[in-house]
Design a binder for this molecule. Structure first.
Ligand SMILES: [Zn+2]
Length: 353
């Protein structure tokens, strides 16, 4: 059984490829679709939580004018202003979720809350952007990416410069943290995988779980391995799926409020489906390694089944496909199914029994 849609207007808008409406999900809780410049996703869902003396938001939108304006206009639908924001809770620091957080803080004095492991991945120095690019480039070469293509894949350091900031995060939290938000019983659930410090937030009394990008109703979140995401990211992701699935079962009719797409019921069922998807993917990778001993992650990525052909993929899509291939073959390695020869280029073989 798959996830069941509860955000019907959002689903209808998704199918029509338009922006869904700002909606009151329940008293004191709103969802605002904030436009983002990522074509297939189109919007991130920012949630507004009414407090005694203002509001908190979960995630923020992209750091550009369009995103900022849709956020401000969305707040107005609920009768709020930007200056009402006291707290900004962040599920993870990808630019569609974290992008506007610092600008909101600058304009309102709101506090930013992040998981400690997530904050550790933020770039605080100009060299971080340079190193990130250099590390990524050499990792791609060792995974068998041809050099000219690796250059194309590689983001330039300049693209990341705008993300560099040494301003500290206000509140760093851990798994199980009870957030200090009057009128809410919000608990942080650490769900590493998509990113090292991804957080979901649960209010058991209100029967809602904010799932960020950890659990989406239809899309399978990208699980990659790169300099910010350690080699065991997929193992962690699968554990985190089981974790939130089990927690959701303790709350009757718990509704999933995701970072994209639409609200849904059946969080447990959806997590089971996602785990199955990855187990099937692992089996596909194992078969490929078996039939092509010494294969690289790049060749794995090219030969895996995707919804569109590998040839039609642009650099960005190839890069995330490669990240997925690496994450899966690394997990097979951790499970003792495959071995790796690491002289210059990393090549994978089935482990001897
Ligand atoms: Zn996202």
């Amino acid at each position: 059984m798959a996830a069941e849609v509860t955000g019907h207007k959002q689903k209808a808008a998704w199918l029509e490829r338009v922006l869904p409406p700002v909606e009151q999900v329940q008293p004191g809780l709103w969802s605002i679709p904030v436009e983002i410049p990522i074509a297939p996703l189109r919007y991130v869902l920012v949630y507004v939580l009414e407090l005694d003396d203002g509001i908190a938001i979960i995630d923020s939108g992209w750091n550009d004018t369009k995103s900022y304006e849709t956020l401000v206009n969305g707040l107005a639908v609920g009768g709020y202003q930007l200056s009402d924001i006291k707290d900004v809770l962040i599920t993870h620091v990808h630019p569609d979720h974290f992008g506007l957080a610092r600008r909101v803080r600058e304009e309102t004095g709101a506090r930013i809350t992040l998981h400690r492991a997530e904050a550790a991945t933020l770039m605080t120095h100009a060299d971080d952007a340079k190193n990130w690019t250099a590390e990524g480039f050499s990792a791609m070469l060792s995974d068998g990416v041809p050099e000219d293509e690796a250059r194309e894949f590689s983001p330039t350091g300049r693209e990341f410069r705008s993300l560099v900031s040494d301003e500290p995060i206000d509140i760093l939290i851990e798994d199980g943290h009870q957030l200090d938000l009057p009128g809410w019983n919000l608990e942080g659930i650490w769900t590493p995988g998509h990113t090292p410090g991804h957080m979901c937030f649960l209010d058991a009394e209100r029967k809602v779980m904010f799932t960020g990008d950890h659990v989406l109703p239809r899309i399978t979140p990208n699980i990659s391995v790169h300099s910010n995401n350690p080699p065991d990211s997929l193992a962690k992701y699968i554990d985190s799926l089981t974790k939130v699935g089990d927690i959701s079962l303790k709350v009757d009719n718990c509704e999933g409020l995701p970072g994209h797409e639409y609200r849904f019921a059946g969080i447990k069922e959806r997590t089971v489906e996602l785990v199955e998807h990855h187990e099937e993917r692992l089996e596909e990778v194992r078969e490929l390694v078996k039939s092509r001993p010494g294969i690289t992650a790049y060749d794995l990525a090219a030969e895996l089944t995707w919804s569109r052909s590998w040839e039609s993929f642009g650099p960005q899509q190839r890069r995330s496909a490669l990240g997925e291939a690496v994450a899966h073959v690394e997990l097979l390695h951790q499970r003792g199914v495959v071995t790796m020869e690491g002289y210059g280029i990393r090549r994978w073989r089935i482990a001897e029994a």
